[in-house]
Design a protein around this ligand. Structure first.
Ligand SMILES: C[S@@+](CC[C@H](N)C(=O)[O-])C[C@H]1O[C@@H](n2cnc3c(N)ncnc32)[C@H](O)[C@@H]1O
Length: 264
């Protein structure tokens, strides 16, 4: 059983407010979704992306898998509230999915591999490969640089972030996006395709929702910050320096989303 760095009662709310329909729809343009497809979404959280996926599938079905019962309860609640019939959720670790002989047309995962580390990611890819039909497709979309890229450069911030990320590995990999291609290659996928999209692109002051999402993220990893930076006071200084950037007119922050896919 693996653990999730962002495990926290407020994570469900963070996932719901951070998911923007237009953004996910733009990403899904790179995912070959045919009418009637059966799709597995690995690491579905509260199902915010699962619901968008299901809208793209005429008469198709989606199974969302996650190991958090709390987030899945929220997912089930939302699906019932919206009267959706083509979504089912499974509470399970993605490394032992317990889906029996189920075979999907496509297995998809978004923003989850960054929490698995390279070794965990490779195991997850193998499981996803086993769960698609022969000739089926596996798609993994993940972030590269967690609002790490900033101009103008703030050297102190860079040092803090590099220390933070090195200490969080393997429970968090800030550069997972760029590693996916090689992981697909080493896992024996055919016809590998790589696409790159902007994920966060913040020029000047960020909108209030984005600021809130980042405040929640910092809140959730607060204990890790204390541990890594040695005290609450130092952790606060680091967190405040990072969060202040979202309010600055003269700062540009960005990161990217790699979408990598291959045929089993
Ligand atoms: C950041 S959320 C991604 C949610 C959604 N896919 C999205 O793009 O917003 C990552 C999810 O992966 C789940 N997760 C992480 N490791 C897992 C594992 N080993 N097995 C099952 N789910 C896992 C977490 O519980 C969490 O809900």
């Amino acid at each position: 059983m693996t653990t999730y760095l962002m495990e926290d009662p407020i994570e469900a709310e963070r996932l719901e407010i951070k998911t923007k329909r237009e953004k996910v729809q733009r990403e899904l343009e790179y995912v070959p979704l045919e009418p009637g497809y059966s799709v597995l979404e690995v690491g579905c959280g509260t199902g915010a992306v699962t619901r968008i996926l299901s809208d793209e599938l005429s008469l198709g079905t989606v199974v969302g898998l996650d190991f958090s019962l709390q987030r899945l309860q929220k997912a089930v609640h939302m699906v019932r509230k919206e009267g959706r019939k083509n979504i089912r959720f499974v509470c399970s670790d993605l490394l032992s999915p317990g889906l029996g002989k189920a075979k999907f047309d496509l297995a998809y995962s978004r923003c989850t591999f960054q929490y698995l580390g390279e070794e965990g990611g490779k195991k997850a890819l193998k499981k996803m490969k086993d769960l698609v039909k022969p000739g089926g497709r596996v798609v993994v979309a993940d972030v590269d640089g967690v609002c790490l890229f900033r101009t103008p450069v703030d050297p102190v911030r860079e040092v803090y972030l590099e220390l933070l990320f090195s200490k969080l590995e393997p429970t968090f990999d800030a550069y997972m996006g760029r590693k996916l291609y090689r992981m697909f290659l080493e896992s024996g996928f055919k016809d590998i395709r790589v696409d790159l999209l902007p994920y966060y692109l913040i020029a000047g002051r960020a909108d209030p929702t984005t600021v809130r999402v980042w405040e929640m993220k910092v809140e959730i990893i607060r204990d890790h910050l204390d541990r890594i930076f040695g005290s609450r006071t130092k952790a606060d200084e680091v967190a405040n320096r990072f969060l202040a950037d979202f309010e600055k007119e003269d700062v540009l922050l960005y990161n990217t989303l790699f979408i990598v896919q291959g045929v089993s």
